[in-house]
Design a protein around this ligand. Structure first.
Ligand code: ADP
Ligand code: MG
Length: 266
């Protein structure tokens, strides 16, 4: 089964422990929201699931379809069907959106079926046109260099376009809502909702409750000081909106306290 199961995950960056025993399971068809103050390890968890080399797993496991992903390279994880929409998408001048997506899609298809000859160009153009229409993107974007000169909102839409093209089994959206105005937020959320279904597990990482008005989660988790300190239903996000994180800090012995000093918007 294509479930993502994270057990006792400890991760360090440059010798500093950031994740301190994360437990999280995302099953196909489920949407999980991961919330928490800035600087508490949300992106670290996303990058670790994807296999970023700067993040050292010191204990625990990240399992997908019963395999421990820790041993695999990021591209191998991607081919297995894990997708990360970046908080800060990177520009790749010289590589067009269309070429990038077709290459990525063909690599994914080959992973599923080694005899696959790749998608025919007219078929790919049709697919791309449909997906771009869904995300209300100007078709001219297909010919532009990846994220080069894109606005914040355009970058985030482009991340969802990748997700819509690659059809992953597990999609992680890292603060896809940040930098989006309300119209873009609605379009991006509709895109995700369209892709939602029994074969897709989603982890929505967010700092604000706002996106969860559009993408209704089945579960909400709060990550503080490298651990998931609370799990609940959608109502947990509303409680946070109303009461902030302090009640959780008190309940958990001041976890994530550094953020109180460092973050102005947490
Ligand atoms: P969040 O996504 O919850 O805001 P992050 O996972 O980005 O938090 O960061 C958690 C902690 O790890 C922070 O203290 C941050 O400064 C540190 N950190 C993250 N990435 C790096 C890095 N590449 N090098 C050094 N420290 C990092
Ligand atoms: Mg982050």
């Amino acid at each position: 089964m294509a479930e993502l199961a994270i057990h006792n995950l400890h991760v360090s960056i440059d010798g500093k422990e950031i994740l301190k025993g994360v437990e999280l399971t995302v099953k196909p068809g489920e949407v999980h929201a991961l919330m928490g103050p800035n600087g508490n390890g949300k992106s670290t968890l996303a990058y670790t699931i994807m296999g970023h080399p700067g993040y050292t797993v010191t204990a625990g496991e990240v399992c997908f379809e019963g395999k421990n992903l820790i041993e695999l390279e990021p591209d191998e994880r991607s081919r297995l069907g894990i997708f990360l929409a970046f908080q800060y998408p990177v520009a790749i001048p010289g590589v067009s959106v269309a070429n990038f997506l077709r290459t990525a899609l063909n690599t994914r298809r080959k992973a599923v079926n080694s005899g696959d000859k790749g998608i025919a160009i007219p078929e790919f153009r049709k697919l791309l046109r449909e997906r771009m229409e869904m995300l209300k993107m100007d078709p001219a974007f297909a010919g532009r260099y990846l994220n080069d000169g894109f606005s914040g909102g355009e970058k985030k839409r482009n991340e969802i376009l990748q997700m819509a093209t690659l059809k992953p089994s597990i999609a992680i959206l890292d603060e896809t809502d940040s930098g989006l105005d309300i119209d873009a937020l609605r379009i991006v959320s509709e895109g995700v909702n369209t892709l939602r279904g029994p074969d897709l597990g989603v982890l929505v990482i967010t700092h604000y409750q706002r996106i969860l008005n559009y993408i209704k989660p089945d579960f909400v988790h709060i990550l503080m000081d490298g651990r998931i300190v609370e799990t609940g239903g959608p109502e947990l996000a509303l409680t946070l909106e109303e009461h902030g994180y302090n009640w959780l800090r008190e309940k958990n012995g001041n976890a994530g306290a550094a953020d109180k000093v460092l973050s102005v918007d947490g």
